[in-house]
Design a protein around this ligand. Sequence first.
Ligand code: PRT
Ligand code: ZN
Length: 285
Amino acid sequence: MENLKIAVQKSGRLSEKSLDLLKEAGIRFINGNRKLVSGSSNFPLEILYLRDDDIPQYVTDNVADIGIVGENVILEKSCDVEVVFRLGFAKCRLSLAIPRNELYEGIQYFNNKKIATSYPAILQNYLDEKSIDAEIHVISGSVEIAPGIGLAEGIFDIVSSGSTLISNGLKEVETVIKSEAVLISNPGLSENKKEILERLIFRIKSVRKASSNKYILLNAPNENLDEIIEIIPGMKSPTVMPLADKGWSSVHSVLNENEFWDVIDKLKDLGAQGILVIPIEKMIV
Ligand code: PRT
Ligand code: ZN
């Protein structure tokens, strides 16, 4: 059987999380010391370690079938790849920033100004949309120092906590796009590779779902059992077992993390006792 080839960042902000994701999906790597390629002993997957900027092109050219990369890189390069799954890590935004003391009254500020960036395509697109005529200065790193050394009046760069901007005396004035790590695929995968990709996505979803849900066990007074069951419906319906103590039942169910505290409060109001909440490792629905 053919292997599916996945390109991940060799070293950088996406590397650990990309490999963790594959590990959580139960995939074991052979010689996982990030040489150029490593295989898996238990899943038809080969891992290619590359610079993040090269990943979209490798996927377009079929050197890799799929890849994990920041959405910002895809948008900048406009390659022929499909985003098949949003991964939710490495979240950041691409923003325009200017020196802190400048007065900013709107996007017209940038008319006839110089903006330094490593993302000229996304920026040009945005400026065109807003009918702003600015000069784009492409630099590949340390964009945030450009205004300080007189290279540009503003910058367009990745922001996450915002502390890099602050420590360079800049303020964020427009957020242009939001980005996160995404799983991309070549649009023309063979049936066999598509099937492996689906299995991989299924595993990732199961792990994700499990981590956002908890297993809950509690003792409920029988007179409030119906109401309690309504609050924690679980995957199909909760398991209810009588306790030796008459008038009480043990209820087991699954609870979404987002509604956790709300539900716990309601359960306590309904007389639930001995509430135990346990993490779930995997969840197949
Ligand atoms: O060597 P290689 O080319 O593979 O890596 P790289 O240096 O190009 O990329 P890397 O590892 O820095 O980032 C990979 C991806 O992580 C990016 O393409 C984004 O999708 C995502 N990401 C998430 C970030 C950040 N957060 C981030 N904060 N990428 C860069 N930064 C930088 C930003 O450039 C700025 O200098 O961090 C600084 C801002 O951070 P704050 O927290 O001070 O606002
Ligand atoms: Zn890069």
